[in-house]
Design a protein around this ligand. Structure first.
Ligand code: PEP
Ligand code: MN
Length: 357
């Protein structure tokens, strides 16, 4: 009897203990659940406080405080993570500006139906050299003359360009051949000088992250060709463009010029896929540089064709009257007759994608 009683009591105690444990667990879960709900509620209240910032962002994309807002929201307890649904580049983004924008330079329109080809030597070496190159590229149908006066070279011992003298040569040649000119600006304090000579300011790959320079060209109203940094993502390129746009200059042209990869056969790997990716993400015109993109003159034509087929709005190509004598980038420069052939061979590709040349 006693044994039966002890056994019943033992099982009753176990049952009671299990019941208590279940009740305690339920209460604990309930309390945690309520605490979580409280945290979520307070996070929601704080997010509501950002509503004013959100409506400001909608009407003034350049007052974008979303980065700060996201950081604050991510630090709140009750928030595990945030998922961005808006691009960080507002003014460059198609979300804010769905239609293609065009950049107009002396009657030539970049980003329209017509493809724009910029061509000329890597560096301005003399009036004779630039003049010869300019006459040849114009004759072959180029729309803009290129040539560097300030050359940001990887080695300090390489030819650094003629500087201001080069700009003066460029201005003389422009007067003679009547083509707009593009040349690189390498420092913020050079922007006023280069702007007095150039129709398009080029920001080189090595300067894509030079924010003081982006700011300075943003304040000038001169069209800017912004080259993708050799180790930069597409988003970083668009954020660099955003610097220029947000300082008041809407005349921005993007340039894919190849990125550094493990491949050594080519100087850079020309990221042709960047063209359609950029076309999806941004309304800004896109130009491709198959010269720096490959580093080899024989690869320039196939990659130029690929760029046009992929939807580029134009090309920038190095042409030198005598590449073997060039002071910079001779190995990737086309001779004038090869450039003329390239222009002729591009025409059917342009037509196939609904563009003119
Ligand atoms: C250039 O155009 O000559 C040049 C230096 O280009 P990148 O900045 O793309 O190297
Ligand atoms: Mn070059």
């Amino acid at each position: 009897m006693i044994d039966d009683y002890a056994s019943a009591k033992f099982w009753a105690d176990i049952g009671q203990w299990i019941f208590n444990a279940l009740v305690a667990t339920y209460l604990w879960i309930n309390r945690r659940h309520n605490e979580t709900l409280d945290k979520i509620e307070s996070a929601c209240e704080k997010i509501d406080e950002h509503e004013r910032d959100i409506s400001l962002l909608k009407s003034h994309p350049s007052h974008d405080q979303s980065g700060r807002m996201v950081e604050q929201i991510e630090r709140m307890s009750g928030v595990e993570r945030t998922v961005p649904i808006l691009r960080p580049f507002k003014l460059a983004s198609r979300e804010f500006h769905p239609h293609n924008s065009v950049v107009k330079i002396n009657g030539c329109v970049i980003g329209g139906e017509q493809l724009i080809v910029m061509a000329g030597p890597c560096a301005i070496e003399s009036k004779a050299q630039l003049g010869e190159a300019a006459r040849a590229v114009k004759e072959a149908g180029a729309h803009v003359l290129r040539g560097g006066a300030f050359k940001p070279r990887t080695s300090p011992y390489s030819f650094q360009g003629l500087g201001e003298e080069g700009l003066r040569i460029m201005a003389d040649v422009r007067q003679e051949i009547d083509l707009p000119v593009i040349t690189e600006v390498t420092a913020p304090d050079l922007v006023p000088l280069v702007t007095t000579f150039a129709n398009i300011l080029q920001i080189g790959a090595r300067n894509m992250h030079n924010y003081a320079l982006l700011h300075a060209v943003g304040e000038s109203q001169r069209p800017v060709l912004l080259k993708r940094g050799m180790m930069s993502t597409i988003e970083e390129l668009l954020m660099a463009a955003e610097y220029i746009l947000s300082h008041g200059n809407s005349n921005v042209i993007l340039c894919e010029r190849g990125i550094r990869t493990f491949e050594t056969y080519t100087r850079n790997t020309l990221d042709i896929s960047a063209v359609p990716v950029l076309k999806e993400l941004t309304h800004l015109p896109i130009v491709v540089d198959p010269s720096h993109g490959t580093g080899k003159w024989s690869l320039v034509e196939p990659m130029a064709k690929a760029a046009i087929a992929a939807g580029a709005d134009g090309l920038i190509i190095e042409v030198h009257p005598r590449p073997e004598e060039a002071l910079s980038d001779g190995g990737q420069s086309l001779k004038p007759d090869r450039f003329a052939d390239l222009m002729a061979n591009l025409a059917p590709i342009a037509q196939a994608v609904g563009r003119t040349l």
